[in-house]
Design a protein around this ligand. Structure first.
Ligand code: NAP
Length: 253
């Protein structure tokens, strides 16, 4: 299936590295113009931009730990551009053991994770979703996680942020469907990126790969391809879906 996104403007959050960088490459190769949000890695973000297929792509900074930055980002972008597809991919995981951490550590970790992973994605869905509705339609793809279903004993805030993202996408799918704004969620298991590097290179790495009958974790481009499929024509009726991308390592019924 050939997917042609010529004429479409796509905002990819967390596009400087890992899955977001690969989504940016995949969507640019399909003809889209990419607006790539990054947080700290300006040089790396600009390097990704410089290597994308086509023209007119650019990088823009926002720190989603401060959720006010979502509205600032929205205003900066929508003054000049009309976003057709939003990909909420920026995220963090900070491991902490609830059995041993202090309440202060717990609260700090919870608030930071929820701000970046859930609240900022929700505000961007709200702001761009409404603008897309006014413009006649659009698509929003949220990058969630297998952890939403399986539990994250060493990162409860992360698991909760992704479960929230799943429910948020489903609610928005119902709220915006009549306005031709469609919501898709992709829930990957482990993916080979900076985020997972430490654990995959640790003694548990072999066990993690063995969770899948393919005996490996996903590559970032595999998540990017799934996102591209969601962006293709003919997927409107898939709105509200949550796609598992975990090599059968965790099956839901
Ligand atoms: P990554 O390689 O660590 O990249 C994270 C991206 O998010 C970077 O572009 C980073 O920007 C941006 N970011 C981090 N903190 C931010 C903040 N405070 N404000 C705004 N942007 C921020 O991560 P990844 O593995 O590609 O993960 C991408 C998404 O997939 C995440 O939502 C993650 O939860 C999800 N996911 C990943 C895995 C996995 O195993 N890797 C599995 C399931 C789901 P800078 O480069 O500027 O810091």
């Amino acid at each position: 299936m050939e997917i042609n996104l010529t004429g479409k403007t796509v905002l990819v959050t967390g596009g400087s590295r890992g899955i977001g960088a690969e989504i940016s490459r995949e969507f640019a190769s399909a003809g889209a113009k990419i607006i790539l949000q990054y947080n700290t890695n300006e040089e790396i973000a600009n390097k990704v931009i410089s290597k994308l297929f086509g023209r007119g792509h650019f990088a823009i900074k926002a720190n989603f730990e401060n959720t006010n930055e979502t509205e600032k980002l929205f205003k900066e972008i929508s003054e000049k551009f009309r976003v057709d597809i939003l990909i909420n991919n920026a995220g963090i995981i900070e491991v902490l053991d609830p059995m041993t951490c202090s309440f202060e550590e717990w609260r700090k970790n919870w608030e930071k994770t929820i701000s970046i992973n859930l609240s900022s994605s929700a505000h961007l869905c709200f702001l761009f979703g409404k603008q897309m509705a006014k413009n006649g339609g659009g698509k929003i793809i949220n990058i969630s996680s297998r952890g939403a279903f399986r539990g994250e004993p060493n990162a409860p805030a992360y698991g909760a942020s992704k479960a929230g993202m799943n429910a948020m996408g489903q609610s928005f799918a119902k709220a915006f469907g009549s306005k031709n704004v469609f919501f898709y969620t992709i829930a990957p298991g482990f993916v080979e990126t900076d985020m997972s590097e430490k654990i995959l290179n640790s003694s548990t790495g072999v066990e993690i790969k063995a969770q899948s009958p393919l005996n490996r974790v996903a590559m970032p481009w595999e998540v990017a391809r799934a996102a591209l499929l969601m962006a293709a024509e003919g997927t409107d009726f898939m709105t509200g879906c949550i796609i598992d991308l975990n090599g059968a390592s965790y099956l839901r019924t």
